[in-house]
Design a protein around this ligand. Sequence first.
Ligand code: SF4
Length: 462
Amino acid sequence: MSKMDALSLSYEDWVREMEALGEKRFRADQVCGWFYRRHVFEFQLMSDLSLELRNRLDGAFRVGLPKMLGMRASGRDGTKKFLFDFDGSSVESVAIWHPGRITACVSTQVGCPLGCPFCATGQSGFERNMTVGEMVGQFLAMEARLGEIKNLVFMGMGEPMLNYHNLIGAIRNLNHPKMRGLGIRHITVSTSGIIPGILNLAREGLGVRLAVSLHAPNDELRDQLVPINAQYPLKELKRALMEYQEITGDRITIEYSLFDQVNDSVPMARQLGEYLKGLSAFVNLIPGSCVGDQRFRPSPPFRVRAFGDLLTAMGYPVAMRQSKGSDVGGACGQLRRQVSPGIQEASPQGGQRGGEQAPKAPGPAGDSKPDRGPNKGGRRQASASKGEGGKASGGDSGGSRRGGHKKPAAGGRSAPEGNRPRGEGPGKRDRSGPGPAGRPRGPRGNGPRGKRPGGAGRNKGR
Ligand code: SF4
């Protein structure tokens, strides 16, 4: 009989499994605490369980933590790109650095079936959907190595809404107070515009943030840049986004990658502004990333500025961002499952220092020293990375990361400042995160949310 993947199980599943083994339900809390708070992934190391129970768990479950094949660290902004192996399927994940916090960008599919021409993932074809445990595993593997991760964006490889059921399972596991307890407002789902997924997410009542990768203001151009537009054209997408806001009352982040002379003219900015009328939207503008196709070169700064200024003049909150991790192929649209084995850190000039071998799987908390980012010795940056953030009017939301259809929010590809608990500065500890080893801490105010009363009334229609 094949073993069940422990990280794919929900908290309720764990309670049922423990009761089926004749154990009390608090054993479920203990096991989840070891996985999600202490980053211990071997049952034999769970010292508060009896030897008999540890052996039985070993016999029934496998812990599908990915094997790290390689990691590249940007010398420019501290972003780290990981190549993970899941039983022969390789996938990239990215940890994006900001002063005082890390955002994990997690993949939802091995490859992507949507084939956007400017996206390396889209050009690599589609292999399969990822399981709940594989998505959770990316997050936990990065956190075990790097230390506490405060934000999560589903905008790595693949279209999350095409793997909806597993996406929701992963969100629930990482948000559940007995599991990781990541604040629900610290989680962003980014889509290229899959309408059924957008509406399902609204009705789910979770309270996650939504980002939509638009990249073009009219169907003619969007059909070329985001081919799924032929199935879900802009007019229908707008109707779905209006309904999403009616239900959730949440602002939506619009991701727009700017490619030189392709989608970055001032008339197109005006067209985008017209399209967004009536929606409460925050617009993230980011120069597209180089993926080797000469048709898609990043827009120069003056064109980005002109595009953004027009939208600002039309009354939209806009952030003009720098792409993070481009020197290690970890920027938007660059994920292609090609990190070389071992660990490499880019020099500030963009070269690579390599040769270090991938580390062993993390042991009990405290066994390994978290790699804290661009500053050596575990010290975090005291100030924002150069070039990060750019000009921003307003401050939002959803996150813009991948040059594909997805990007996190604020700070280029980071989750937005708005994701931080109100009144908390970047250096303060996020109380919703994991507590010290051995003393798991429950999250605050991170539970799933229902429909907000009068949600639609929060929209700032234009
Ligand atoms: S941009 Fe997103 S939807 Fe398009 S091919 Fe890349 S991963 Fe898929």
